[in-house]
Design a protein around this ligand. Structure first.
Ligand code: ADP
Length: 243
């Protein structure tokens, strides 16, 4: 247990300490890229590559810090109430922007308007990782359907895409840190390999579980299950005449 604690602290501390020097390096590289016309041509390619790789390192550090906060419980699961419908609409707007020219067809379906008890910022990280992955691993114009529904077992968030899919042999290992189904297929997606590890830990903190259904070429569906006890009725808004 102590060893595990040391590992978490170490990863948390290293990521934290690396953030400042890295911010300085990428800041200067960005300035150089912005003034590329002043650079000798033989340096331009090198500076562009260095800048892209330092942004990638920044994304890795950000995800490692987030994962370590979620894991160590530093960011406690506040018993706040999350409006899932509003959260999903915001995430899908960002996903549409990420999709850009690829014009994915994104749709959100919400069939239960009760609130979810849980840490909104953790839930935002988990849900956006799933929706952004759907965009990253779905060819242009593919369909992405995000639905939030409830039944006797509890509440469920499904993110379904018509993308490249995943060979079932990889599914049990996908939530491991840095695990990738097939690195050669998607080296240009800019992912950190930490997204699904973040999803898994957020769900652990919310007594939830993750289900992954997929096969090569026929798209994927990621479903987060939450226990029924986490659903809370909305308090009806007061009308003017009640005041
Ligand atoms: P990454 O940053 O590489 O996307 P994740 O932890 O988010 O890391 O996902 C792990 C791996 O799971 C990805 O590298 C990819 O192989 C696979 N994956 C995740 N989501 C999808 C999806 N919607 N469709 C196909 N493959 C996916």
């Amino acid at each position: 247990y102590q060893l595990e604690q040391m590992r978490r602290d170490f990863v948390g501390n290293v990521s934290h300490e690396m953030r400042t020097p890295l911010t300085v390096i990428s800041g200067y590289l960005e300035t150089l890229v912005d003034n590329a016309e002043d650079l000798p041509p033989k340096w331009r390619r090198a500076i562009n590559t260095m800048s892209a790789q330092s942004s990638r390192m920044e994304a890795l550090i950000t995800d490692l810090i987030l994962l370590s906060k979620i894991e160590t419980g530093e960011q406690t699961v506040h018993d706040s109430l999350t409006d899932v419908e509003e959260l999903l609409e915001q995430i899908c707007r960002d996903a549409q922007a990420l999709s850009g020219d690829k014009q994915h067809q994104l749709s959100v379906q919400v069939s239960d308007r009760r609130l979810l008890r849980g840490d909104e910022s953790q839930l935002r990280s988990a849900f956006s990782n799933l929706v952004f992955n759907a965009v990253k691993y779905t060819p242009p114009q593919g369909q992405i359907t995000v639905s939030w529904f409830t039944d006797r077992d509890g509440a469920h968030l499904s993110v379904k895409d018509t993308g490249i899919g995943i060979d079932p042999i990889h599914i049990p290992r996908l939530t491991e840190r840095f695990y990738r189904a097939d690195p050669s297929r998607h080296k240009d997606t800019g992912g950190t390999g930490l997204g699904l590890a973040i999803v898994k830990h957020v769900l652990l903190n919310h007594d939830g579980t993750l289900d992954i259904r997929s096969s090569i070429g026929s798209g994927s569906e990621f479903i987060c299950h939450f226990p029924r006890e986490r659903l809370v009725e909305r308090i009806p808004e007061k009308t003017g005449s009640d005041a």
